[in-house]
Design a protein around this ligand. Structure first.
Ligand SMILES: C[S@@+](CC[C@H](N)C(=O)[O-])C[C@H]1O[C@@H](n2cnc3c(N)ncnc32)[C@H](O)[C@@H]1O
Length: 219
């Protein structure tokens, strides 16, 4: 392809920036800024605590990448970050539960079918402190990543959120935290809200929501 001479290239850039939307900054994350800020400040709060950092439900990896950039920048090569996902969308059992017991339509509770474990791992191979597991978070053996100091649980539906919270809490360090996405009602993903609310009430914890939708669990 022919390359433009520098003055022409600058002129083309100027035109594109002024008269098109090509230079408009985008927000590529599917979580709120306050969630990303909280995740980073929790990582820093827990920097002297032994334990792993988990993201359960990673999709194509936007939040994972953000956290990897922070971990790379903070210069603590001993930190361990684990990404857990089916890399194959929702489990059929979890979708049927939303339809039969939570009044959702199949279209409302579908997505992420395009994911691929090998492609995901390839995209993150530069981050040596990160290990990805292809697994159902409801049955994953969290002993493999224990003790856990911080977990971000973002699997949208009721059953996997409930399963992950119960299992991760058992391996959470004293002082550790679990942050849960989609703690908001009504919404397409309010199964996460139901699982979080039930977990807090069964465990005797006071619910706390940061921003519009991030539930907090502390031990
Ligand atoms: C909303 S996305 C995660 C977004 C990601 N945390 C981010 O901030 O960019 C939900 C993910 O949960 C995963 N998921 C759903 N059910 C799961 C289960 N039972 N076990 C593991 N992962 C699951 C899906 O494959 C999907 O990638």
């Amino acid at each position: 392809m022919a390359t433009l001479a520098p003055p022409l290239r600058n002129f083309a850039r100027k035109l594109a920036y002024r008269y098109t939307r090509l230079g408009a900054p985008a927000y590529p994350y599917i979580v709120e800024p306050i969630q990303l800020a909280t995740l980073v400040s929790e990582i820093e709060r827990l920097k002297d605590t032994a334990g792993s950092i988990l993201e359960v439900g990673v999709a194509w990896g936007m939040t994972s990448r953000f956290l990897c950039e922070h971990l790379a920048a903070c210069g603590r090569p001993w930190e361990r970050f684990y990404a857990i996902d089916t890399f194959d969308s929702f489990q059929p059992r979890d979708v049927e539960f939303e339809i039969k017991h939570r009044g959702k339509t199949r279209a409302q509770v579908s997505g992420f079918e395009y994911l691929d474990f090998n492609a995901w791992k390839r995209n993150f191979r530069g981050f040596r402190f990160l290990t990805a597991f292809k697994a159902d978070c409801s049955v994953f053996d969290y002993v493999k990543v224990a003790p856990v100091k911080l977990a971000f649980v973002d699997v949208d539906l009721y059953l996997p959120t409930r399963g992950a919270l119960q299992k991760i809490y058992a391996h959470l360090c004293e002082g550790g935290a679990i942050l849960v996405d989609d703690v908001m009602q009504p919404s397409r993903w309010d199964g996460a809200w139901q699982a979080y609310s039930e977990f807090c009430s069964e465990t005797g914890l006071c619910p706390q929501v940061i921003g519009n939708k991030m539930g907090v669990i502390r031990k």
